[in-house]
Design a protein around this ligand. Structure first.
Ligand code: CDP
Ligand code: MG
Length: 885
């Protein structure tokens, strides 16, 4: 009875609370102080009607409403049948001591912020606390978002194991796949997936709790989700459909969430979990190696392994290629013969040969030894989020030997009496490979994990005693104004450095070896920047417009992107026809323009439904003519996947290898020329090469052998296939009568289809247009064979490996400009100048109609918003002239 009374009491007070917040909201709306209520209005617009409906229902059927409320109210304790050893391990986690505090805070607040060191148990335990407290019921389940696919999968599996429940109850959903069922109670997903779900159901009614994990990583989608949920949660509670938001962070820097008045009216409580952290002794290098830090890392690991007591080593490097390079060198310096269970299933011919040779005691050429130790990393690739993974850099797994210095291996070759068990770890690594780092190393061996930034916060490797930190991270940098992007290795922040060091003190006191001096450390920034401040935001702006958030500048971002970035995004979307053009009244400043809040167009809505960047989405939205869709889908899929071709330009280890690689390269060049085709096909340029490569590969059944023989990356081809399937589904979902089906074996496009494809590509990549500099303009030799783009002052070039590098067409569009030795356009396609006014009127200046209309041949009219549609016009379209000084 007492309990019941208590229940009722709580219910009443909850109702009071919600009424209270009602009135306070009104107060705020009346207060003339600020604008922020505006975007809230925009957000709420969509749900207002539903809200009144619910209120009416409420009056009519109060009983049912209370019943509903009880349903999602955590009243019961749901028992979980854990294995004893799991239970024991759980009890050692620092977060277990805080369960009561956390659950009480969750009960009493709409939003709770939870901070705790990586490894304290946030991700694995909090969903379990909530489950046990009855938060997963018929009224709603528990959602957990992760910024990385790896984490979504591995954490769902871990929690399922801990709870002794199958994957259909503790499930995951990522971009390509998932195992969610009707029985799912805890659902791990990437933040992008939840954002898409908000588009379908703004109130997220299937969830009773949303956990935003790894909020400190400040991934763009996470930031947007927090902004949206700060509105959704109060709305849900107001409507009597209680919902909780839990923001989890591995660092204490949460002011952006808690002290942001635009986000939460009253700051949410912050709960800190004190992790059992042992002392970590930090050792700085006296001098800082500027270039060869991989070599430095290698030497340091060798030293640790030879001189220091047992304990795992965790090494932080910047990219996949470096990770493999160091892994190789270590395996060579400390040969370790994997036992059966640790051997990978893939046995290459080289491996067999090497085994045979070993038996005969023959000395082996270097390459055989190498392939013996290489893991089959090609086995799948789950962690690519919209192609912007930080450690997905040069892509090619075969670039392993960059920075390899065979001569220094000799001096480091040590007595391998204690074997070193070397494992790579990066986000693109297949999950089953990744899982190896969590398992104890083979008896008697020392574990050495060579990792990228993923190991900094997302994954905890048990038993690490030594950390080797190169102090750098690889990030994609993007020039807001010019759109040029480049991967750059930069120094990390002090917070990151400390986070990395902390990985050494989880189970006992540890040591952190920093491969840089304390002076350099002193110059590091205090914290890392949020991702949203350093990447283009056009996809986000489109998604937000699709959610009817028109005034993006007013959105409660935890860290707002720069207004330049927002304006650039809005402008791109207007020029793509995804947003309505603002009225042209007089001259507007950029800020004013952005504040005009251009609404989304029907084309924009269609574009927003595709899980690709707006430029590609537009191609998909236009691709439904002349049977072009399968080709458009393939081109878009191939452009989204980085580096589909193997790179044979890496330095070879031996003469034999060098000859072999030269042969492969010649073959690859020949194949690319073949795929580029002739005549009309050749005009589609690098995109025809992509199409030809995928087509040929699929005709051959997409086998590893075909890829290896023809210079393609098998992993990339598998991903393209998967993405094609997914985009085909998306196209059919957006347009129910599209009737596109995926035929792996496509016939090549016809001549006329290729021409339509070029126009579609122009319509999508239109702002990435470039004009060849004419001979008479050539004053400065640096412009030789160069192209002028609207935004860049310097010339851009067609890459020697491009299909169009001999033709040098007058006008081209490109996928992106990457800055390496020069500024090179990637994914180049030739376009015809007379298409431009029809497909990209926004980029043209028009004069008065001419008397005799020119015969336009353009099948896309009517699909692209084009103000001059009914008139014929003379083009006076100009790219900025080349500077003459
Ligand atoms: O989220 P947070 O970093 O606070 O910790 P967690 O990911 O919940 O991990 C808690 C503990 O579970 C750590 O000590 C991990 O080593 C362990 N764990 C594991 O043994 N196997 C996994 N697949 C995941 C976590
Ligand atoms: Mg975690």
């Amino acid at each position: 009875d007492d309990e019941e009374e208590e229940e009722e009491e709580k219910e009443r007070s909850e109702e009071d609370d919600s009424e209270g917040s009602d009135s306070s909201e009104e107060d705020e709306e009346k207060a003339p102080e600020e604008e922020p209520t505006e975007e809230q209005q925009a957000l709420t617009e969509e749900v207002k009607q539903k809200e009144t409906e619910v209120k009416e229902e409420k009056k009519e059927d109060v009983k049912e409403e209370t019943h509903k409320k009880e349903d999602c109210k955590p009243a019961v304790f749901i028992p979980v049948d854990r294995l004893p050893e799991i239970q024991e391990a759980r009890l050692r986690l620092p977060i277990l001591a805080e369960e009561q505090v956390i659950m009480e805070a969750v009960r009493e607040n709409e939003c709770v912020v939870l901070c705790g060191e990586t490894g304290s148990g946030k991700t694995t335990q909090v969903p379990q606390f909530l489950y046990e407290a009855g938060y997963a019921s018929s009224a709603g389940i528990i959602a957990v978002t992760e910024p990385r696919r790896v984490a979504a999968i591995s954490m769902s599996q871990r929690v399922a194991t801990e709870m002794n429940l199958p994957g259909r109850v503790v499930s995951y959903q990522i971009r390509y796949e998932g195992n969610v069922t009707e029985d799912t109670k805890i659902k791990f997903m990437t933040d992008g997936v939840l954002l898409k779900e908000i588009q379908k159901d703004f109130l997220l009614q299937k969830y009773s709790v949303v956990i935003i994990d790894e909020a400190h990583e400040r991934s763009v989608y996470t930031d947007i989700l927090i902004g949206l949920l700060s509105r959704i949660v109060p709305l849900r509670n107001k409507k009597g459909l209680p919902m909780k938001l839990i923001i989890m962070s591995a660092t204490l820097r949460v002011e952006d969430f808690t002290e942001n008045k635009r986000l939460f009216r009253s700051p949410p409580p912050v709960i800190k979990v004190e992790a059992r952290q042992f002392a970590v002794t930090v050792h700085f290098n006296k001098r800082t190696q500027m270039d060869n830090y991989t070599g430095e890392a290698f030497r340091k690991i060798c030293k640790i392994h030879r001189m220091l007591p047992p304990g795992s080593i965790l090494v932080f490097l910047t990219g996949q290629a470096e990770v493999h390079s160091v892994c190789r060198r270590l395996r060579k310096a400390f040969p370790y013969r994997p036992s059966r269970e640790h051997t990978d299933s893939m046995e290459t011919d080289d491996l067999k040969k090497s085994k045979r040779a070993k038996k005969k005691n023959v000395s082996l050429p270097r390459i055989n030894l190498d392939s013996y130790s290489v893991l089959p990393v090609d086995e799948g690739d789950e962690d690519r989020q919209a192609g912007i993974d930080e450690d997905d850099d040069e892509g090619s797994d075969l670039e392993l030997e960059l920075g390899d210095h065979p001569e220094s291996d000799q001096e480091e070759k040590a007595d391998p009496s204690i074997p070193l068990y070397v494992l790579p770890l990066y986000s693109l690594l297949a999950p089953e490979q990744q899982a190896k780092v969590f398992r104890p190393p083979p008896a008697g061996a020392r574990l050495c994990v060579v990792a990228t930034n993923v190991a900094e916060t997302s994954l905890t490797i048990p038993g690490v005693k030594y950390v080797v930190d190169c102090g750098r991270v690889k990030k994609r940098f993007y020039d807001r104004v010019t759109g040029v992007s480049a991967f750059k290795v930069t120094w990390i922040s002090q917070a990151s450095a400390n986070q990395r060091a902390g990985r050494a003190g989880r189970t006992e006191p540890g040591h952190c070896y920093r491969l840089y001096s304390s002076a350099v450390f002193g110059d590091f920034g205090l914290f890392s920047e949020a991702e949203i401040t350093r990447r283009p935001v056009d996809d986000l702006v489109l998604q937000m417009k699709d959610l009817n958030i028109e005034k993006v500048v007013n959105f409660p971002f935890p860290t707002p992107p720069s207004s330049e970035a927002l304006i650039a995004a809005e402008q791109l979307l207007i020029s793509l026809g995804a947003l309505e053009e603002p009225p042209r009244r007089g001259r507007l400043g950029a800020i004013e323009r952005a504040r005009l809040s251009c609404p989304i167009t029907p084309l924009g809505r269609a574009m927003a439904a595709f899980p690709v960047a707006p430029r590609y989405a537009k191609m998909l939205a236009l691709g439904r003519q002349q049977g072009c869709m399968p080709y458009v889908i393939t081109i878009v899929a191939a452009m989204t996947v980085r580096e589909i071709f193997e790179d044979y330009d890496r330095p070879a280890g031996s003469e034999e290898e060098s000859t072999k690689m030269a042969g492969k390269k010649a073959r690859s060049v020949q194949m690319r020329r073949l795929w580029a085709g002739q005549g009309q096909a050749l005009q589609l340029g690098d995109l025809m090469v992509l199409l030809g490569a995928v087509g040929a590969c699929e005709f051959a059944g997409c086998t590893r052998q075909f890829c290896e023989e023809n210079g393609l990356r098998f992993k990339a081809m598998l991903e393209i296939r998967r993405l094609r399937g997914q985009l085909t589904n998306a196209v059919n979902a957006v347009c129910s009568d599209a009737g596109v089906y995926m035929d792996n074996k496509m016939a090549p496009p016809t001549e006329s289809q290729v021409m339509f494809l070029r126009q579609i590509v122009l319509a999508g990549l239109g702002d990435h247009i470039a004009r060849r500099v004419q001979a008479e303009e050539l004053l400065d030799p640096k412009w030789r064979n160069g192209y002028k783009t609207p935004l860049l002052d310097d010339p851009v070039f067609i890459h020697p490996s491009s299909a169009l590098n001999k033709t040098l067409p007058e006008f081209v569009v490109y996928q992106e400009v990457m800055e390496t030795t020069k500024m090179y356009m990637k994914g180049v396609c030739a376009v015809q100048v007379e298409w431009i006014p029809r497909l990209l009127p926004q980029y043209c200046h028009f004069s008065l109609p001419e008397e005799s209309p020119a015969p336009w041949y353009c099948p896309l009219i009517g699909r692209v918003k084009c103000q001059q549609q009914s008139t014929f016009f003379r083009v006076s379209w100009k790219l900025p002239a080349v500077e003459m000084d």
